[in-house]
Design a protein around this ligand. Structure first.
Ligand SMILES: Cc1cc2nc3c(=O)[nH]c(=O)nc-3n(C[C@H](O)[C@H](O)[C@H](O)COP(=O)(O)O)c2cc1C
Length: 393
């Protein structure tokens, strides 16, 4: 007689389904921007059509020390359709832990910074210095990918220096290690911002790789975006300084046509940023102090916007990226409000910030800006410096 059958043990629960792949291909990304990519500004860009947003670079060492300022960089808003946390470190274990922290706080993906050119970062073996060690980059990505269910992406430059342009092999190592997408800023670490971004090299990587390659560098207008997309074959684009100068650039790219806002409409955008800041930072003294610092910082980019209609500037853009041109300041024939918004002086940005922050309504914001414009003396014949900065990526 056979032994009575023991009931089968209950089937183990199905493993959780892998998360659906994120819509990285054919998307518009707001670049990771230290200082500039704060939560209210990211929301403003989302309202204008950014589909993927990346947080400011978070240093894992500081996260592991429980530094609250670093933890603030992991925070996103439900309005952000696809937010990723960017991490900087060089240890597989630390990055695995950093990725877990990002995932636990709601990030939809986690990005490894391999582009930061700043000495303070590269001398520790982080950021762009990783480009010199493709094998190490691969191990870091593998470790992050094993630690979390969300996709892991990586942001690269072309290489460390012009004679060390190894982005093609680094990109291959990243894909083989499990990266879900690769963003490429088309310059080397040594070039910083001095040269035009090389979209042909970005295109060569895109042609070789099976995962989305996100092109980045020098996009200031919708027609430059169109030309670079066509030339390189990438479908996803990442905007950095262009989005800081004109957050509405996302809308222009999505609609494929330019929007040249009036000064009044630009005050409306500033006002919207003030509203979003108020919601995030709060209206108490501490919150307003932070809002003041960020708004004045943003004005240092926003004031650089100039109308660059395609019909007039497409030929020049074909020669050299428009972001590198020096724009004349609007002269006395232009409306005072336009001159106020283009004023490059730090003191003006601070006065404008102080005028905008306490305004209860958009109409009052406009009224105050008009009054301020009427009271300012502008510099004649001055020229705006180009948009070069010393940022983290
Ligand atoms: C103010 C500022 C801050 C930046 N911070 C970061 C950062 O935290 N992480 C990063 O990978 N890149 C950073 N970058 C680099 C940008 O993400 C982007 O790669 C670079 O600006 C080139 O794109 P663009 O020509 O569209 O500006 C920063 C750039 C700027 C201007």
């Amino acid at each position: 007689m056979s032994a009575p059958e023991t009931p089968a043990p209950p089937a183990p629960p199905d493993p959780p389904a892998p998360p659906a792949p994120l819509p990285f291909a054919d998307s518009l990304w707001l670049a990771p921007l230290t200082m500039g990519g704060n939560l209210p500004y990211r929301r403003l860009c989302v309202e204008f059509g950014a589909q993927v947003t990346v947080g400011e670079m978070a240093v894992v060492r500081k996260l592991l020390r429980n530094d609250p300022a670093e933890f603030a960089l992991l925070k996103s808003h439900p309005d952000e359709p696809c937010f990723g946390v960017q991490l900087a470190d060089r240890s597989p274990d630390s990055l695995a832990e950093g990725a877990r922290l990002a995932e636990s706080r709601g990030a939809r993906f986690v990005d490894l910074n391999c582009g930061c050119p700043i000495h303070e970062i590269t001398r520790r073996g982080l950021g762009a210095s990783l480009l010199r060690k493709p094998g190490k980059v691969a191990r870091l990505i593998e470790s992050m990918a094993k630690a979390v269910r969300i996709p892991v992406t990586v942001k690269l430059r072309l290489g460390w220096a012009e004679d060390e342009q190894n982005v093609r092999s680094v990109a291959k190592a990243c894909e083989d290690a499990g990266a879900a997408a690769i963003a490429i800023h088309g310059r080397t670490r040594e070039q910083r911002y001095s040269r035009a971004a090389d979209w042909d090299v970005i295109g060569a990587v895109a042609a070789e790789r099976g995962i989305p390659v996100v092109g980045n560098g020098d996009i200031l207008t919708h027609y430059e975006a169109r030309e670079r997309r066509r030339r390189s074959g990438v479908t996803a684009l990442m905007l950095g300084r262009g989005a800081l100068i004109s957050p509405w650039l996302f809308r222009e790219l999505r609609q494929g046509r330019e929007w040249l806002p009036t000064p009044e409409e630009r005050v409306g955008v500033l006002w919207r940023l003030v509203e979003l800041q108020r919601e995030h930072f709060g209206v108490d003294e501490r919150g307003q102090k932070r809002a003041r610092r960020f708004l004045a910082w943003h004005l240092d980019f926003l004031h650089r916007w100039r109308a660059l209609p395609e019909a007039e500037f497409a030929a020049e853009a074909a020669e050299h990226p428009l972001i590198h041109r020096r724009s004349p300041l609007p002269d006395a024939s232009r409306p005072a409000l336009e001159r106020l918004l283009a004023d490059p002086r730090k003191a003006t940005h601070e006065t404008l910030t102080d005028a905008l922050l306490p305004c209860p309504t958009r109409d009052e914001a406009l009224e105050r800006c008009r009054a301020l414009a009427a009271s300012l003396t502008f510099e004649e014949g001055a020229e705006e410096p180009d948009a070069s900065v010393t940022p983290a990526g």
